[in-house]
Design a protein around this ligand. Structure first.
Ligand code: 3PY
Ligand code: MG
Length: 258
């Protein structure tokens, strides 16, 4: 079963979307549908630790291990980091990371000693692997080094501190939140060509390239060639499960009323 980390090395760009319904069924459908990765979103959906654990396991099972479940936690708190990682997720996306101090605290919470202070208890992680390893200790030895810690750069302050954030040991890549970044720069929407915004993206991409750390972003299907050309290596399509359902429902209804 490929890890998200190894898939990033062998593919020019991994395509995902996000999951917000608090039922594994939604993750199963999207995972089976062929997405490379899913962001299980605790930041903007009130998903419990129990729900995301079931969604992580369902994503892996429904895709025969080909879709990587990445949990976006709601804050930098140690309990979110612990629960998300103990589910066996392929990685965590951590929103609103603005400073070196913040990223240091996150990494300390996410990594086992000696690099960090993560507490041991990965009892549910075997069920995020195919086949489930019989020995739970395999996770610490074999899988945890491949789990990706992906802070989000999504503010003017974070772009100013980008080199310090990305360079930090334990940071495996960055996910850019274009909507919040644009708000912070004084713009609306999820995309645009304003020089200040484009320069911010280019700065993060250049640092990522220099340090060989992958950079992802939220982007529309028609922007994918341009984003890949710029250097993004994982992209999250907008809408997510709720948006896909709403769009399909309205298209179906429209077609039936012709
Ligand atoms: C943003 O665009 O701000 C995001 O967080 C995308 O998920
Ligand atoms: Mg955001």
């Amino acid at each position: 079963m490929p890890s998200f980390r190894s898939s990033l090395q062998t593919n020019p760009c991994l395509i995902g979307t996000f999951v917000s319904f608090n039922d594994p069924y939604s993750a199963q459908i999207l995972a089976q549908g062929g997405f490379d990765w899913l962001m299980i979103d605790m930041e903007h959906s009130p998903l419990s630790a129990q729900e995301i654990t079931a969604m992580v396991h369902s994503t892996v099972a429904a895709s025969a291990g080909n879709c990587s479940p990445i949990v976006r936690i709601p804050s930098h708190g140690v309990e979110w980091i612990k629960w998300a990682l103990d589910s066996g997720a392929s990685g965590i996306i951590v929103p609103m990371v603005n400073t070196k101090q913040e990223v240091d605290a996150i990494i300390k919470r996410a990594l086992y000693p000696p690099a960090g202070q993560r507490s041991y208890g990965p009892f549910r992680t075997p069920f995020a692997e195919i086949p489930a390893p019989p020995d739970v200790a395999d996770y610490k030895r074999k899988r945890s080094p491949h789990v990706m810690i992906l802070p989000m750069i999504e503010s003017k302050e974070a772009v100013e501190n980008a080199e310090d954030i990305i360079r930090t040991d334990g940071v495996d890549g960055i996910f850019i939140g274009p909507v919040d970044l644009r708000h912070s720069l004084g713009f609306e929407g999820a995309a645009g060509k304003e020089p200040e915004y484009v320069t911010a993206l280019q700065k993060v991409l250049q640092i990522g390239k220099k340090l060989a750390k992958p950079i992802g972003i939220l982007g529309s299907p028609d922007s994918i060639p341009c984003l890949v050309n710029m250097g993004f290596s994982f992209i999250m399509l907008p809408g997510g499960d709720a948006g896909i359902l709403a769009e399909a429902a309205s298209a179906l209804l429209k077609a039936s009323k012709k």
